[in-house]
Write a protein that binds this ligand. Structure first.
Ligand code: ZN
Length: 292
């Protein structure tokens, strides 16, 4: 079977006639979106789903229903009675970039098989990495949609919003807390932060450091997205190194190389486990706790 025909991830083998190449996204048709019309919110979210699913050829998802929440963005473990994914976003009014940012994050949880974590401790110590991947997806989707909306926006008069999406991503990428400290490798940063990352997957400022460091790899290597479709589908040991090993074991041969690259960037390749003393960091950055 050609790679492009494979059904990646946990839904392999599912036969459901509702499953389409781009997921069916339905937005709550109520006034909770402020001055944004539900059909416009739906157009934005469908745009995000289309651009993200291009990287998962053959992947089919259950339909997704999206509603507004004032609390925090979240994708529930429990599906709707109709077996739909249930996603909540805090985005409101016509801040389209915020919708893109939040929905790409939640869609990335779905694509990385977050629901395989619900019954077991599978990878829970390494959930921070899934959160970092979701942040990468948000930045990626903003930049991809910015390029796409310039020539084919959801509505002809929306082309000017392309620049707003681009600026939203660029402003986040420039945030000081996202940069690795000067002269510090991602591997050295990870050794410093590992205990905190394992204890709390929602330290956004930590996850965003990893996201900024890994985004170029995801922009340059489309196969890495396909590999994300195999995350969390088997249990692994407690360490992040074990989690990466389990992920690498689960993917088809052609997706193993980018996972090896990630493993090396974190300094966790077998032949790189002994770090030079000069790389050991001496201080930790402050953390911000968020919930999504
Ligand atoms: Zn998340």
């Amino acid at each position: 079977m050609a790679a492009d025909d494979e059904v990646a991830g946990a839904d392999a083998g599912t036969l459901d006639l509702r499953l389409q190449p781009a997921p069916d996204v339905t937005v709550a048709a109520d006034s909770s979106w402020g001055d944004a019309r539900p059909q416009d919110v739906q157009a934005v979210l469908s745009s995000v789903a289309t651009v993200m699913l291009r990287n998962f050829p053959g992947r089919r998802l259950q339909p997704i229903v999206v509603a507004h929440s004032d609390l925090y963005p979240i994708t529930l473990f429990r599906h709707s009675p109709n077996d739909e994914y249930r996603v909540f976003l805090t985005a409101k009014d016509r801040y389209w970039a915020r919708y893109v940012y939040e929905f790409a994050h939640e869609l990335s949880h779905i694509l990385s098989n977050y629901d395989q974590r619900k019954d077991a401790a599978t990878g829970s110590q390494s959930q921070w990495f899934e959160e970092a991947l979701c942040e990468i997806a948000s930045l990626y989707a903003l930049k991809e949609l910015a390029a796409e909306w310039e020539h084919s926006p959801p509505y002809p008069n929306w082309a000017p919003y392309a620049q707003a999406l681009e600026s939203y991503a660029e402003n986040m990428l420039k945030e000081a807390h996202r940069a690795l400290p000067p002269s510090m490798s991602l591997a050295a940063w990870f050794r410093n932060a590992e205990t905190q990352l394992q204890a709390n997957p929602y330290m956004r400022k930590y996850n965003e450091v990893a996201a900024n460091a890994l985004l170029p790899l995801f922009e340059q290597t489309p196969a890495i997205w396909r590999a994300v479709g195999y995350l969390n589908i088997s249990s692994s040991g407690r360490s992040f190194k074990d989690y990466l090993s389990a992920w690498r074991n689960n993917v088809p041969e052609e997706y193993k190389a980018p996972i090896a690259q990630i493993t090396a960037l974190f300094g966790l390749s077998s032949d790189e486990s002994a770090a030079p003393l000069s790389e050991v960091p001496t201080s930790a950055a402050p953390a911000e706790v968020a919930n999504d």
